[in-house]
Structure formats: structure tokens, C-alpha cells
Design a protein around this ligand. Structure first.
Ligand code: ATP
Length: 500
């Protein structure tokens, strides 16, 4: 593990931090970290809902072992905390509380933790350090001020290569081809050493060497990881670039980027800049979300949707932590696409709120400094109140503006939706194209849907004139939301975004 982690952990212990939070689901890795950082003959007491109260110690061969303390699993967390609080003298001891996200919300546990932390700060005879280790990040605000958070970065390229070498040597496998390792590297990043070891074992047992299928297996594993995390939604969509009518420039742009993303290992070696992402703003129902979904298929990458609204937590500081966690998970799931839908909803109030300003600052600097293969697609309707920093160069590679479709684009959108419903050979007449002036993609889709349904119900042959009838009956977005659409048009004309 990265030596910086040990240094940071030791520093936190040395400066008398009462509670150290280790947010990591890989408990074996945390055991190892504590064993290394605390060194020597140190014993740790541990409490978890599953195993109760235990002592962790090293056996004669240096391996970590556990045995029960008191009456083991029958001991409640509150009893354990009370025992420690009642001690008159505690000389350099450690208590590891694992997976206590449910218990930590109860008033008694909160209060006991607060009292222990206070004693640690003011009583020189009370040297108890508490480690909280959980895969779910829950720290109530009453306790937050006593807690330092230890970030555990994922293994870097060198550490992964070392592990692969070690894995090959200890298992007596044939050495992996360097090119196969380079191709696999972006997928292995974001996994713990323990997981990489497991992945390599599975890969080897399925064919004796690393292949494209192994890359897919790793991606499947990462998808599971995202699902379990709960902060991001994994979107599985069949849409592809041919499901988009019009938006020629944007499609061409994405196709080019896919050439880099799909060979990211080689691209990095050839010093090609890792694509950061694209910002798509524009009219509602014109294909922004569709583009995000189609890009995932084009890039052959998982699509992780970040809902800014659900990030806002009930505890102070929780929203920030959630954002950090979402980004950490996206980095872990890389190569992937992080789709931030309706980004304007989250960042419009920046400046007015301290929390939002901090979150925005964190997000911007992550975006700017990002080197991982997380491709960001941000989508927004309203570009009016977006902070200008978001639009500055260096954040996104490009900003595209999606307008209401022009004649030729409307024709293509009709073709896409007719094809989807197996209505081939239908003539898209000039009259139909003209009648749909001011329609967005969603309006056109609805015309097709209604026409298809109507013909089915009435056992009628499907023709372009049925489409025209429904088009004439449809109130387009330009009519139903005229003021907003006019306003958006004005704003986009003034901006210098690229036309999609
Ligand atoms: P909003 O800003 O309201 O979220 P959006 O721009 O993200 O809208 P989408 O959700 O992508 O719009 O589009 C809604 C539906 O309209 C899509 O599912 C798709 O079927 C259809 N549609 C929109 N634009 C296009 C297009 N250019 N080509 C084909 N279908 C389209």
C-alpha cells in the first residue's frame, strides 16, 4: 500500500486524534494497514455487529488472529464503550469499531463516543484511539469534529505491476505479455490489491493468460461495485450512436474520442491527452440524455449517472462527502462515463451557499486535474446561471449546444423512430418536415408513437399521411413553453458554444 497512507495514519495518531475514520470496504486491507502502521506487539480491540467484541493480536509467526473478549458476541457496543470510558488510566490502546453505521446513529452511542473523544483530548491519562472502519460513510455531526478521515488511494500503476509480477512468480504462471498488461491497466486501476489478486486468479484459471474477456470480467465486477455503493446509478441502455437523429458535429466528435478511449492504454503510452469530457447544454427533449446513453455504447464503457439532488444529505458536510465518494467510486470504476444530469440544478446557487461553493470548487479541481479514464458528460438545459468557471477551457474538452432540430435533422429523427418500430420504407414528406417546425426530438417520437398505436388499434395501414395528421394535432414544445424556449434561444445565441 502507498507509503503516504501509513505516514498520514501515523501523523493522525501522533497528534492525538480521538477518532480516525477509515472509509474502506476491504477489511483485510484495513487490518493489514493497521498492522503495519501500529507495528510491533500492539493489540487492537475490535467490535462489530457480526462478531461482537474481540481481541486482534499477532501469533508467533506474525499473522493476525482474533479471540473473544469478555463474553464476545453477547457484548453490546454501548457496554464496550462504557467499559473504556470507566477506565481510570489507558496507556496507548486502540479500539477498532467496524461497520457500526446503524449503531452510530443511536443517541447512547453518539454520546459515549463524544465523551470518550473529549477525555482523549483533555485527560493525559487516557490514550485511547478509536478507528471507525466501514464501507458506508456515516458520521453524525455531533461526532464529526473529533474525527479525522483517512483517505486510502487505490494502488498506482507501479504497485499493480509489482503485484502482477508477484502473482506470476508465486503461482508459477507464464509471464504476462506487457501489451496485455498495458491494455488491462486502466481497468485494474481503482481496484484494491486484494481484488486485483482475485481478478488475476480468475483470469488465469479461465485460460492461462490475460484476454479481452478478462477485461470484460473486470468491468462486470466494477459494475457490481457501483451498484452496491448506492451513490451512483448504473444506467444500462441499448441506445447507440445510430439512435440519434441529427447532431452531426457532436456525433462526429464522440466517434473520434471513442478511438482514444477504447485504446486508452496505448493512447497514454503515445502521449495522447486523456479525454476529460464534454458538456452538452440545450433545449429540453433534444437528445442530451440520449447522447450520454449512446456514448456509453460507443465507448464500450459503463454509464454512471450522478443525481446531484440525491447527493444533498441531512447532515452538515454530508453532501460534500457524498460527492467525494461518488467521484471516488467513478474513479474506481474507470474506464467509465460519469454522467452528471442537470448539472445546473446543483451548481446554480454557487456563491450563496458555503457548502455548495466548496462542493463546486472540489468538483472543478477534480475535473481539471483528473488523469483517470473517467469520461464526464455533463448535461444542462439552463445555461443562464451556470458559474462561468464551469465553461472555462481546461474543465471540459468541449461545450456543445443542442438546438431544436432543423428540417434535415427532423427527417432523420423520424427515420430513427420509424426504424425502431419496424416501419421501413415510409416516405418522410416535405409537408411532414414543415409541419413539425419547432418540434423537439421527444415531440417527434411522440408523433410516431401515437401514429403507430392508432394504426394498430384501428387495423389501419401505416402511412406518412397518418404521421402528418398526428403532427398537426401535436402542440410542440416551442408552443407549450414558448417563453422559456425564446429565453433559452437568446442565451445560446449570445454564448459561443459549438453547435451540436
Ligand atoms: P431534458 O433536457 O428534458 O432531459 P434531453 O435533451 O436530455 O431532455 P432526451 O431525454 O435525450 O432529451 O430525449 C427524450 C426522448 O426524445 C429520447 O428518448 C428520444 O427518444 C427522443 N429524442 C430526442 N432527441 C432525439 C434525437 N436527436 N434523435 C432521436 N431521438 C431523439
Amino acid at each position: 500500500m502507498n507509503s503516504e497512507v501509513y505516514t498520514n495514519l501515523k501523523k493522525m495518531i501522533d497528534v492525538n486524534t480521538p477518532i480516525i475514520y477509515i472509509h474502506d470496504y476491504d477489511f483485510t486491507r484495513v487490518d493489514f494497514l493497521l498492522k503495519q502502521a501500529l507495528g510491533g506487539a500492539t493489540e487492537i480491540r475490535e467490535w462489530s455487529p457480526a462478531l461482537g467484541y474481540q481481541r486482534i493480536f499477532r501469533d508467533d509467526e506474525g499473522f493476525l488472529q482474533r479471540d473473544k473478549c469478555l463474553n464476545g458476541e453477547k457484548t453490546e457496543l454501548t457496554d464496550v464503550l462504557q467499559i473504556w470510558l470507566n477506565k481510570t488510566k489507558v496507556k496507548t490502546e486502540y479500539l477498532l469499531l467496524r461497520d457500526i453505521q446503524d449503531e452510530i446513529e443511536t443517541p447512547k452511542v453518539k454520546s459515549l463516543l463524544q465523551m470518550i473523544a473529549q477525555r482523549k483530548l483533555y485527560d493525559l491519562d487516557f490514550e485511547l484511539t478509536i478507528f471507525l472502519n466501514s464501507s458506508v460513510n456515516v458520521v453524525p455531526k455531533e461526532i464529526e469534529k473529533y474525527v479525522s478521515f483517512l483517505e486510502i488511494p487505490y494502488p498506482n500503476e507501479y504497485e499493480i505491476k509489482d503485484l502482477i509480477r508477484e502473482h506470476v512468480e508465486t503461482n508459477g504462471y507464464e509471464a504476462f505479455d506487457e501489451n496485455a498488461i498495458d491494455a488491462l491497466m486502466p481497468s485494474l486501476k481503482g481496484l484494491s490489491l486484494f481484488e486485483i489478486d482475485r481478478m488475476l486468479d480468475m483470469a488465469m484459471s479461465s485460460g492461462g493468460t490475460l484476454t479481452k474477456e478478462d477485461k470484460e470480467m473486470i468491468l462486470r465486477h466494477k459494475k457490481q461495485m457501483v451498484k452496491k455503493s448506492g451513490v451512483l446509478e448504473l444506467v444500462d441502455s441499448p441506445e447507440n450512436i445510430d439512435s440519434i437523429g441529427g447532431l452531426k458535429n457532436l456525433k462526429e466528435y464522440l466517434r473520434k474520442k471513442s478511438g482514444v478511449i477504447k485504446r486508452i492504454g496505448e493512447a497514454i503510452k503515445a502521449k495522447v491527452a486523456v479525454p476529460k469530457g464534454v458538456f452538452i447544454v440545450g433545449m429540453p427533449g433534444c437528445g442530451k440524455s440520449l447522447c450520454a446513453k449512446a456514448t456509453a455504447t460507443l465507448f464500450e464503457s459503463p454509464l454512471l449517472k450522478l443525481d446531484m439532488g440525491s447527493l444533498m444529505g441531512k447532515y452538515q458536510g454530508e453532501s460534500e462527502k457524498n460527492l467525494r465518494q461518488a467521484i471516488k467510486i467513478a474513479e474506481a470504476a474507470a474506464p467509465c462515463i460519469l454522467w452528471i444530469d442537470e448539472i445546473e440544478k446543483a451548481f446554480t446557487g454557487v456563491g450563496g451557499s458555503e457548502v455548495l461553493t466548496r462542493m463546486f470548487g472540489y468538483f472543478l479541481s477534480w475535473l481539471q486535474e483528473k488523469t483517470s479514464s473517467v469520461y464526464v458528460i455533463a448535461t444542462a438545459n439552463n445555461a443562464a446561471n451556470l458559474p462561468p468557471e464551469l465553461k472555462r477551457k481546461g474543465r471540459f474538452d468541449e461545450i456543445f449546444y443542442v438546438d431544436l432540430p432543423k428540417e434535415e435533422e427532423r427527417k432523420q429523427i423520424f427515420e430513427v423512430h420509424l426504424r425502431k418500430r419496424d416501419k421501413h420504407g415510409i416516405n418522410i414528406s416535405d409537408a411532414l418536415v414543415k409541419a413539425t417546425d419547432g418540434f423537439n426530438g421527444a415531440d417527434i417520437e411522440s408523433v410516431v408513437n401515437e401514429a403507430v398505436e392508432d394504426c394498430f388499434v384501428n387495423n389501419q395501414t401505416f402511412t406518412d399521411s397518418v404521421l402528418l395528421d398526428f403532427a398537426k394535432k401535436t402542440v410542440s414544445i416551442s408552443k407549450s413553453c414558448k417563453t422559456q424556449i425564446d429565453e433559452m434561444n437568446k442565451i445560446f445565441k449570445e454564448s459561443n458554444f459549438k453547435t451540436a
